[in-house]
Structures are given as C-alpha cells and as structure tokens.
Design a binder for this molecule. Structure first.
Ligand code: 5RP
Length: 219
C-alpha cells in the first residue's frame, strides 16, 4: 500500500471513534481529508463539527456537514487529527499544514485526541520533522536566536500566512527529549503564538496505518 492508501485506511478506521449524536472536533491535513470523506460516506449522524482550519471547514461544508464555531461548544468528546510526528507516549509535532494554532484550540476542548497517521510518522524522538511555530513577526529575529541557543535553525516559512494572519517559523536540528518541558519553555517566549509540540494536548489514541493494516496505540 502506498502512503495515500494508508491515509485512506486510517481515515476509515477513525470512524469507529466518532460518537454518533455528538459534535466532533476535526483537524487538518491530507489524512484528515480522507477522514472527512469517509465520515460523509458513512452516514454516521453528528450534529456538526468544530473545524481547525479553513481547509477542513470548506471540505466539511462541501459534504453538507454543519460547521460550528469553537465558541459555541463547551466540550467535545473526540478530536480527530493527523500529525507530522508522534512518539511512543502520544506526544506529537504538528503544524506542517500551518493549522497548529487552531488545532491546539480545538484539541483543548476535547476529552480525547485520536491521532490518525501512516506508520512513517512514528518516531523515537520528536524533532526530525522541522518544528512549526506560529509567531508574531516582530519577534522573528529574537526567536531565531533563542532556537539557535537550543541547537535549532529557524527559517521563516516563505509565502505562508496562517488562517489567523500569522507567520510560521520551521525549526530544524532539534531533538526534543522532554516534550512537556520543551513546550512549556517555548510557550514563555514573547512572540510565540503556538509551538507545534503537542505535549499537554497529546494523543490518547493513535491509529497507525502500515503494511499489516491499522495498529491502535493507546497512551
Ligand atoms: C496540519 C497538521 C497535520 O495534521 C499534519 O501536518 C499532518 O498532515 P498530513 O495528514 O497531510 O500528513 O498538523 O497543521
């Protein structure tokens, strides 16, 4: 199976985690696109979804799935999203699709984060994938120096403006041994809107698509 087929496989497998009758949190990315398509085809009745991006909102609406504002919802039972990396504890790097800020906001509403990914995303240590960080542009130079002090090289993602009108740094050269401590530290730096380490908002379940089918990891 190629990577696209694995994404479709885990997208379909995620249907088992949708709670009928409950509003669903929906992430962003090519794997989530497969999930949205599978959800629409499944006929599972949900009152609507809270979306983490304009991209997912558009796809949900195209399928006739109502999209609610995050402010209209106090709690979500489940949030389903992809990841750029996930480790054996459910800690993730996210934001390759530039949606990390809204993804963390929707994840914060949810009791359970179900990550859907192909097996290439499973890593021992986070950091090989360039770490996305949404920032306030005025802070870019100082934040670049701060990441350099941790051994990282930060580059502005050229030509990309987030759904919130923000900019992104992508940081290479990091090995994030303690994701909780790293996230807490970077969150303190002035000018950081969102760091793409999801440690406090880690996955509780990961559906990992590989040659042998879908493996369910619980954390
Ligand atoms: C978007 C994300 C995505 O979940 C992540 O980039 C994975 O995307 P894909 O499913 O296309 O591999 O964090 O901001």
């Amino acid at each position: 199976m190629n990577q696209d087929q694995l994404k479709q496989l885990v997208g379909r497998a995620a249907l088992d985690h949708v709670v009928p009758g409950e509003i669903l949190g929906v992430g962003t990315g090519s794997t989530v696109d497969c999930f949205i398509d599978a959800l629409a085809a499944s006929g599972i009745a949900i009152p609507g979804a809270v979306s983490s991006s304009e991209r997912s909102t558009q796809r949900l609406k195209q399928h006739g799935i109502p999209v609610l504002d995050a402010g209209e919802v106090r709690r979500l039972a489940v949030y389903i999203d992809g990841a750029d990396e996930i480790d054996g504890r459910g800690f993730m790097v996210k934001g390759g699709g530039a949606a990390l800020t809204r993804e963390k906001i929707v994840a914060d509403l949810a009791e359970r984060f179900v990550c859907i990914a192909d097996a290439s995303k499973l890593v021992t240590t986070l950091g090989a994938f360039p770490l996305p960080v949404e920032i306030i542009p005025m802070a870019a130079a100082q934040l670049t120096r701060r990441f350099a002090a941790l051994g990282g090289t930060a580059r502005l993602r050229a030509g990309v403006v987030t759904d919130n009108g923000g900019q992104l740094l992508d940081v290479t050269g990091l090995a994030i041994a303690d994701p909780l401590a790293f996230e807490a530290e970077v969150n303190q730096w002035p000018g950081v809107v969102t760091v793409g380490v999801f440690a406090r908002h880690k996955a509780q379940v990961c559906l990992l698509g590989g040659a042998d089918g879908v493996r369910t990891l619980r954390f």
